[in-house]
Design a protein around this ligand. Sequence first.
Ligand SMILES: C[S@@+](CC[C@H](N)C(=O)[O-])C[C@H]1O[C@@H](n2cnc3c(N)ncnc32)[C@H](O)[C@@H]1O
Length: 139
Amino acid sequence: MFFAGLQDSGNLKYVRGDMFEDVPVADAVLLKSILHDWNDDECSRILKRCKEAISNQHKRGTIKKVIIVDMVVMDSEKVNEENSKTFETQLFFHMLMMVGLTGRERGEEEWAKLFCAAGFSDYKIIPISGLRFLIEVYP
Ligand SMILES: C[S@@+](CC[C@H](N)C(=O)[O-])C[C@H]1O[C@@H](n2cnc3c(N)ncnc32)[C@H](O)[C@@H]1O
């Protein structure tokens, strides 16, 4: 809804909409720095709309997925001298999301629960640069 009215360019098209109501049909949906803004119920609603969006596309040979770029908070038992600053930064962001918004940063177990609640069957976590991870979620 917030980009409504912007001019399209090349292969980029802006679509008006509210992700809680509807996500346009697609092979894949990318959610970058989105889900950490929202609580579990809100995330579940967004993810269900995303699942519908990729399930309504019937092109053969394409792998349907939701791609999430967000943090995966490290397991506190794995914190050591080398990675403690990363962990502290993740917790800082966690507080920021809880204080300023309804969201939170999530560890793998919390992500897995969300995906399961929204009806997805599997996921894969891929570390990328810095604090962020890429999570592929499959219907
Ligand atoms: C933290 S920003 C992330 C923006 C961008 N993905 C990035 O990584 O820089 C959250 C985005 O969610 C969008 N947003 C918030 N509520 C929305 C809704 N109900 N439907 C669609 N987009 C929404 C905001 O407009 C904003 O662009």
